[in-house]
Design a protein around this ligand. Structure first.
Ligand code: ZN
Length: 396
């Protein structure tokens, strides 16, 4: 079969949203869908079977991390990503671009993909001197320092594709230049032009017919650059598309709509690294089919649990004797079997089971929320569902 078949089942009236079916060599994904992140071929603290059992249809692993350990050759010898981790279902890998750039730069400055109004702009020269210690970019590719042992490595578009072909996920991504949300128009323009040259090189390097290659649209917060990028990437004939960070919070919705109006309608679109509840609704409404984000699992390990009323701090002292589920009516394994008091106790005692139970709940919550968005597109109640849900959900 072709690496990927995508069918649109139903369109959202008066908007770009749609419900679809994505067929991959390792199974089917009903979209829109949330994609849990299994950075090192593991969703931290859960077995891959548990991830499937809670309702996840597809997972994303990080090329940068698997390249550093255990190495793509080992994953290939283990039968490829899905077999190596005994997942059985569809998988995707990112290109490694975001980690190569961000582990050297954005993380050091606390800059996230969606820029909040409070985040400060550092002087450009200060950014560069910090950044250049860890990452250097040239037209051919990126040289970077391993966050594990300080060794030096180099990714080029060709190298990223070769590594992703060895890892063997069903969906892989073109290598792109990831920039800070803070750069100027001129800098962003130069950056997308490089991303476009790298997209073409990624496409030309791609040989495996059983893997679908997605091109990535960049352009930051600048509408005309986003449009230009979407048009260019669309013309390269990829099987699907990634929408890369970075956004100003206020501009995100209009940028996503603009990009998806420009991209061909009949191919899947994946929004990279976005997982805030409001952003998921806005993305689905504007035609995004897949979302990945490490936030729900990271929050879980910190005791921050999702509920319909907003995030809930499991470490709060008043949970000590609450012998009720984390969320009444939640169908997850944790809420079916355990109380807030018990999970609170596990967090206070630093027990490993705390991470497992919290991760199960958060992933179940977000995976099923996007499933409910899909169901509401199918039965024409999306806008009512969105309004009702967001009216109860308090932002953190
Ligand atoms: Zn639950």
């Amino acid at each position: 079969m072709a690496a990927l078949e995508f069918t649109i089942e139903k369109r959202l009236k008066g908007a770009l949203g749609r419900a679809g079916i994505l067929k991959t060599p390792h199974g089917v994904v009903q979209t829109p869908a949330f994609v849990p992140v299994g950075t090192l071929a593991t969703v931290k603290s859960l077995t891959p079977e548990e991830v499937r059992a809670l309702g996840a249809q597809i997972i994303l692993a990080n090329t940068y991390h698997l390249f550093l350990q255990p190495g793509e050759e080992t994953v290939a010898k283990g039968g490829g990503l899905t077999k190596f981790m005994n997942y059985g279902g569809p998988t995707m890998t990112d290109s490694g671009g975001f980690q190569v750039f961000s582990l050297g730069f954005a993380r050091g400055h606390g800059v996230t993909k969606v820029l909040k109004k409070t985040e400060k702009r550092l002087p450009r020269d200060e950014q560069e001197s910090e950044h250049s210690k860890l990452v250097s970019v040239d037209e051919e590719g990126v040289t970077f320092t391993s966050h594990i042992d300080g060794t030096t490595h180099r990714f080029t578009p060709e190298r990223s594709i070769a590594i992703q072909e060895k890892i063997g996920a069903d969906i892989i991504f073109a290598f792109d230049e990831c920039t800070s949300p803070l750069i100027s128009y001129e800098e962003m323009k130069a950056s997308i032009e490089r991303t476009h040259r790298w997209a073409k090189r990624s496409r030309d390097a791609h040989t495996r017919k059983d893997q679908a290659l997605f091109g990535i649209v960049q352009g930051g917060r600048y509408p005309d650059l986003r449009k230009q990028s979407a048009q260019y990437i669309a013309d390269l004939g990829f099987e699907g598309f990634g929408i890369g960070g970075s956004f100003d919070k206020d501009d995100m919705t209009s940028i996503v709509a603009l990009v998806n109006e420009t991209l061909p309608e009949n191919k899947p679109r994946h929004m990279l690294g976005i997982g805030e509840i409001e952003d998921l609704f806005e993305g689905v409404e504007r035609g995004v089919d897949l979302f990945d984000c490490a936030l729900p699992t990271r929050h879980a390990r910190n005791g921050m649990l999702f509920t319909a009323q907003g995030r809930y701090d499991m470490c709060r002292a008043d949970n000590k004797e609450k012998f009720e589920p984390i969320e009444a009516g939640c169908g997850c394994y944790t809420c079916t079997n355990y109380t807030k008091a018990y999970v609170h106790h596990l967090f206070k005692a630093n027990e490993l089971l705390a991470y497992r139970l919290a991760t199960i709940h958060n992933l179940y919550f977000i995976v099923h929320l996007v499933d409910r968005m899909r169901a509401s597109i199918m039965d024409d109640t999306f806008f009512e569902f969105k309004k009702e849900f967001l009216s109860c959900y308090k932002k953190a």
